[in-house]
Design a protein. Structure first.
Length: 103
């Protein structure tokens, strides 16, 4: 079976009906299909319906207070060595000489 461009490389996830040593029995499109364990990929889900977090009466929603130092703009100090143009060099340390028309 050839996959078209932008199509998922595999189908699934499927419900596991039964597990054996080297074979999974899956429910694929309403049919029971046996698949080798070597061909299956695990899928992990976070099911929010089954998750029940403990509720307390005194719990209040957390509020985030803005940080005063984060709102002030950072000052950039000028470095006199950074303003001077440097000669470009390669990774091995050789200097790059550009033609005069590109300078």
């Amino acid at each position: 079976m050839l996959r078209r461009p932008l199509q998922q490389p595999y189908d699934g996830p499927f419900k596991v009906l039964q597990r054996k040593d080297k074979v999974f029995f899956l429910d694929i499109n309403g049919k029971r299909v046996s698949v080798s364990i070597d061909r299956c990929k695990p899928a992990f889900f976070l099911n929010t319906e089954d998750l029940q977090l403990p509720q307390t009466k005194n719990e209040t929603p957390a509020t985030v207070e803005p940080n005063a130092t984060a709102s002030t703009p950072a000052t950039v100090e000028s470095d006199p060595t950074a303003s001077t143009p440097t000669q470009p060099s390669t990774r091995s340390g050789r200097k790059v000489h550009l033609p005069t028309r590109y300078r």
